[in-house]
Design a protein around this ligand. Structure first.
Ligand code: GLC
Length: 422
């Protein structure tokens, strides 16, 4: 394969970025799935390292890994009901266990249970009309050269051949893959150490439409704030990834008591939309592959809400710089329209301050009912509102404010970046 230098590569990738990313920017919301041998222990996907479990003992878990029939269908079905549009599965986490039928190591699902679990996942995504993402950990605790690669050139060569071979299999054997989601580029500190430029050129040759995240020590297509929802600089694609309990990505039954409620997820989604970014919400299925009970109800509630309010979420969004405007909720924007997601209903009247653009109309997104308003200086007063929030699903009522042009707000220069979590 003929390789090009970094500048040329980046220019070529930039050129196709808008076209490649269109679906992703509009899709907004996806499901992350962390599933592997660590799920059998149920105390975080880092359990091998955290509890100093020797690798030969850890490897024995493979013998106990007996997932039920086609669990990925249940994840995909839930993702669909939750209003999500894509999925990302840990094909290999730091533990090194490969969920696919790899020819490069015996430490894989085919040997453990006679199944290619990545193939099952891909089939499920396609069945439910979801785009397909592969998470792949560069860091590998199982490979004999996974740490020696940092100081021994021969070990590094062997390890990189393994990493690149694995990525090649994933990019070659499952049809069209939409997202490659690298993780933890340790212990090598530079993209040259990882040969990321060559690896990602290979990926793009095999999968011309693919999106690649920013964790191979190259910026590539999008940023990945983790554990908090915070916008990247304008123009840059970003996707916040969040656990379901602020404690573990992998299955952890004892953390279920800290599971997010629907309104927590709504706040994350609202913040992602305000910054025109994406939200990748994680579930950690049980060793058998069951979706954790605590995730089903909250995700489905948000999905029900999205069925009615999707206009404020899906599709290309702008970035309204209106953070300080109201304590009652946050905005998303499409052209002349602002969608005000009212989280804390103020009652019969609602005041929105700081607007410098003329308001044309105000209405409820779901019922379409017009709202009487008055605009005085920078102030918009919405009148004769219901006493209680009309939204009974999660208590988020969306009001559509249509202006004569894209709205300008007084706080535009001074509004701090909105964040949730972290
Ligand atoms: C991290 C963790 C990991 C998790 C990932 C998700 O870097 O090491 O366990 O898979 O973040 O973003």
């Amino acid at each position: 394969m003929k390789l090009v230098a970094k500048k040329q590569y980046e220019a070529a990738v930039d050129k196709t970025r808008n076209r490649r990313m269109k679906w992703w920017r509009e899709a907004r919301y996806g499901m992350f799935v962390h599933w592997g041998l660590y799920s059998l222990i149920g105390r975080n996907e880092w359990v091998h390292a955290i509890e100093s479990i020797p690798m030969d003992e850890y490897e024995q878990l493979a013998k106990k890994f007996k997932p039920k029939e086609r669990p990925a269908r249940e994840w995909a079905k839930l993702a669909k009901a939750a209003g999500m549009n894509y999925m990302v599965l840990t094909t290999k986490h730091h533990e090194g266990f490969c969920l696919w039928d790899t020819k490069l190591t015996d430490f894989n699902a085919m040997n453990a249970c006679g199944r290619d679990l990545v193939q099952e996942y891909v089939d499920a995504c396609r069945e439910f009309g979801l785009k397909v993402g592969f998470y792949f950990s560069l860091m590998d605790w199982h490979h004999p050269d996974g740490s020696a690669c940092a100081y021994d050139p021969a070990a590094r060569r062997r390890f990189l051949d393994y990493v690149q071979g694995s990525v090649r299999e994933l990019m070659s054997n499952y049809g069209k893959i939409d997202i490659l989601w690298y993780d933890v580029p340790q212990p090598l500190q530079h993209h040259e150490g990882w040969e990321s430029l060559a690896m990602n050129q290979m990926v793009r040759k095999l999968q011309p439409g693919i999106l690649i995240n920013d964790r191979s020590r190259l910026p590539e297509d999008f940023s990945t704030p983790e554990g908090h929802v915070k916008a990247a600089e304008a123009g840059r694609g970003w996707e916040a990834c969040m656990t379901f309990n602020d404690t573990s990505w992998g299955y952890m039954p004892s953390a279920a008591q800290d599971a997010h409620r629907p309104r927590d997820i709504m706040k994350m989604l609202n913040t992602a939309c305000t910054g025109a970014g994406n939200l990748l919400m994680n579930i950690g299925p049980s060793p058998e592959g069951d979706v954790p009970e605590d995730a089903i109800e909250p995700l489905t509630a948000v999905g029900k809400w999205l069925k009615k309010n999707g206009e404020a979420v899906y599709g290309e969004l702008g970035r309204p710089v209106i953070g300080l405007c109201t304590s009652c909720g946050r905005f998303s924007q499409k052209g002349n329209k602002l969608y005000f997601w009212c989280r804390n209903w103020p009652g019969r009247e609602m005041n929105l301050g700081g607007f410098q653009t003329k308001l044309k109309s105000a209405r409820f997104l779901v019922s379409g009912k017009e709202i009487a308003f008055e605009q005085k200086g920078h102030r918009i007063i919405l009148k004769k509102m219901p006493t209680n929030s009309p939204d009974k699903i999660v208590g988020y009522t969306v009001i559509v404010l249509e202006f004569t042009r894209p709205p300008i707000h007084l706080n535009a220069a001074s509004t701090p970046a909105l964040t949730v979590g972290g």
